[in-house]
Write a protein that binds this ligand. Structure first.
Ligand SMILES: Cc1ncc(COP(=O)(O)O)c(C=O)c1O
Length: 450
């Protein structure tokens, strides 16, 4: 009975998995923000390197992982798949619970799986600096780390409320050479305009993305990097699920239920997509995406074309959205506060391959504390959403007596989130549901396209 299912470095996947050719219906194309026509690859050249644009649209089922990327991955990959024996015992469940531990990476989450790949492709094409946004600071630290390893500079626009809540994430970014601005900042036109109207604006991912894109477009040899949502980001994250498949084979098991938390959808997709292919091809399993009730994109958002950012600089993407003007309440799971979701994930939710559910904060932190007290690791608040769902599913098994296999994505640790835990322990967190009227209001701002 092994608690850690480990692979050796030679088992590190040599390819990423692309779900696109297996979709029941092809994705609706992204549209140009001005012309509203499908965008052409050239439209994206000012902000992304060609290598990544090609990955955005490829229909190849497997994409080779470049050797320099695999070499960096080896700093922490393959990551352990752990069996949560002590949590199972505490729940008295007959279910087998496994979790894929992405918290062992240097920045503490799954984010460097794509940060390293993105830094590599930019370096290959002579880019000197990357500009990006970050919510909780996980993505900004992952990109700062990756840029340092490939000799690039990195500028990070960090959502102001997180910048204030998480000063040590900023320090981490600076250790890896990143330059960090609270967003909205005085560094860009978008930021200056927002601050002029509302000096206390708490920021949002939508605003930070606009700032980072503006920075990239206005500077030579600078490009933009996004930490979630886009097809190439999800592609890079599939190294997670591909490893889990091998690890499950080692213990001769296969998931009945796969669970992950969703901000933009990248860690979830990384774990779930290699299995979603099996489901599309007939295998039975439940695949559950978990989000907060305060930002209920998949469970309550509209499935429509919308902008990816507040200033309408990104292409229009077909996704579940709460509206690009959405400013979320300052809940502690900062990484789950984006107004939209990955189009690939939305398409599979729409097809019924993946189901979505939402939880409020307090039960999520309760689950996180139980996890920390049994399995030891303090989870990131984002990750705790997946833990809550895994516990609920395990408790259902207790009622029915079913010995199901549950696998969830442990997307990151919470060592920089202790202020949130403190607030929870002191009973200061409120449970917030994003009101339906607000969703109706946001509908008014959506571009009038179907
Ligand atoms: C630990 C952790 N998990 C999950 C997420 C959500 O992002 P995504 O849905 O892209 O995996 C974040 C985002 O910052 C994060 O830091």
């Amino acid at each position: 009975m092994e608690a850690k299912i480990l692979l050796s470095e030679k088992d590190l996947p040599e390819v990423w998995f692309n779900i696109q050719p297996f979709l029941p219906k092809p994705l609706k194309p992204p549209l140009h923000p001005q012309t509203k026509e499908p965008i052409k690859p050239e439209d994206l050249y000012p902000i992304f390197p060609k290598g990544l644009i090609a990955q955005e649209v490829t229909q190849e089922p497997y994409v080779p992982i470049p050797e320099p990327v695999r070499e960096v991955y080896k700093l922490w990959r393959p990551t352990p798949l752990r069996r949560a024996y002590r949590l199972e015992k505490a729940l008295k469940t007959p279910a087998r619970i496994y979790y894929k531990d992405e918290s062992v990476s240097p920045p503490g989450s799954h984010k460097p799986n794509t940060a390293v790949a993105q830094a590599y492709y930019n370096k290959l094409e002579g880019v000197e600096r990357l500009a990006t946004e970050t919510g909780a600071g996980q993505w900004g630290s992952a990109l700062s780390f990756a840029c340092k390893l490939f000799g690039l500079k990195c500028t990070v626009y960090m959502v102001k409320v997180s910048y204030e809540q998480k000063p040590y994430r900023k320090t981490l970014m600076e250790i890896w050479g990143g330059e960090v601005f609270p967003s909205p900042s005085g560094n860009t036109n978008v930021g200056r305009e927002i601050l002029a109207k509302d000096p206390d604006n708490p920021g949002s991912l939508g605003i930070a993305i606009s700032e980072a894109i503006e920075d990239a477009m206005q500077h030579e040899n600078t490009k933009y990097a996004l930490g979630s949502v886009l097809n190439h980001v999800l592609l890079h994250q599939t190294v997670i699920g591909l490893e889990v498949k091998r690890q499950m084979e080692l213990v001769e098991d296969y998931p009945d239920i796969i669970i992950g938390c969703v901000g933009g959808g990248s860690n979830f997709a990384g774990l779930a997509f290699p299995f979603a292919k099996d489901k599309i091809e007939g295998k039975e399993m439940d695949i559950i995406a978990v989000e907060p009730t305060s930002c209920p994109t998949l469970t309550k958002g509209l499935y429509r074309y919308d902008y990816g950012d507040t200033a309408k600089m990104t292409p229009l993407i077909y996704m579940h959205t709460l509206g690009h003007t959405f400013i979320p309440p300052g809940i502690h799971a900062g990484g789950l506060r984006y107004h939209g979701d990955a189009p690939l994930l939305c398409a599979l939710v729409d097809e019924g391959v993946i189901q979505a559910r939402a939880y409020t904060q307090n039960p999520v932190f309760e689950a996180a504390v139980l996890f920390a007290q049994t399995e030891g690791i303090v989870p990131a608040p984002e990750t705790a959403h997946a833990i809550k769902a895994a516990i609920d599913e395990a408790l259902k098994c207790k009622e029915t007596g079913e010995e199901k296999t549950i696998v969830f994505g442990f997307s990151g640790h919470g060592h920089f989130d202790l202020a949130a835990y403190e607030a929870y322990l002191q009973g200061q967190l409120s449970d917030y549901e994003y009101p339906d009227e607000k969703i109706k209001e946001a509908l008014k701002d959506l571009p009038q396209l179907c």
